[in-house]
Design a protein around this ligand. Structure first.
Ligand code: 5GP
Length: 207
């Protein structure tokens, strides 16, 4: 059987829903790579430059953006975040599922560019649960937490309009398996299109 082709997977969801945990569990499965975003946000305790994010200055971020080196970028509660282009090409060529853990504005940009991609939104079981998880995190001050909660409703709305799937993260194992099976299903569809002679990943110079 032919190997499944690489795919761009966008994983979004309100802050505190568990995107990073789900992404890490998918990475453990093999066949996945994670995009490392560039951000102007300051590192949180324990975060490592080049592993969690590439932490950068606003000037450096603007340089990358203006050189068209970012697939998408967005300002999220006061900080800039963006996805560098080159690692995506390399991951797709290597047949990997390339995970972008980004906000819904980023997802919108990816969709708008027509890349072959699967957009998955992780939703909390309830708003109360999200509040609890954000409070448990204790990495943000109260103002940041309020801003982050206010975004959640907007994000749900965008997801309902343009994302391929909304998966509720109630139980971590179930959620991971569900996301994985959606990704595999999307890759099987890509394989069929490839076998029918279609060129995959339009808009990305894959040469
Ligand atoms: P945090 O500061 O909590 O790490 O991330 C804040 C938000 O920015 C999250 O919703 C996260 O998914 C999003 N984010 C992280 N990297 C990127 C990126 O490269 N592009 C976009 N559009 N959003 C990102």
């Amino acid at each position: 059987m032919e190997d499944l082709p690489g795919i761009l997977v966008v994983l979004s969801g309100p802050m505190g829903v568990g995107k990073t945990t789900v992404a890490n569990r998918l990475l453990e499965k093999g066949g996945y790579l994670r995009s490392i975003s560039v951000t102007t946000r300051a590192p949180r305790g324990g975060e490592v430059d080049g592993v969690d994010y590439r932490f950068t200055s606003v000037e450096e971020f603007e340089k990358l953006r203006d050189a068209n080196e970012l697939i998408e970028y967005a300002q999220v509660v006061g900080n800039w975040y963006g996805t560098p282009k080159q690692p995506l090409r390399e991951a797709l060529k290597a047949g990997k599922a390339f995970l972008l853990v980004i906000d819904v504005n980023g997802g919108q940009q990816v969709r708008g560019k027509g890349y072959d991609s699967e957009l998955i939104f992780l939703a909390p079981p309830s708003k109360e649960e999200l509040v609890k998880r954000l409070e448990g995190r204790r990495t943000e001050d109260a103002k940041q937490q309020t801003l982050r909660l206010e975004r959640a409703d907007m994000e749900m709305q965008v997801a309902a309009e343009i994302y391929n799937h909304i998966v509720v993260n109630k139980d971590l194992d179930t959620c991971v398996e569900e996301v994985h099976s959606l990704v595999q299903q999307a890759r099987r569809k890509l394989l069929e299109r490839k076998q029918a002679g279609e060129t995959l990943y339009p808009g990305l110079d894959m040469s």
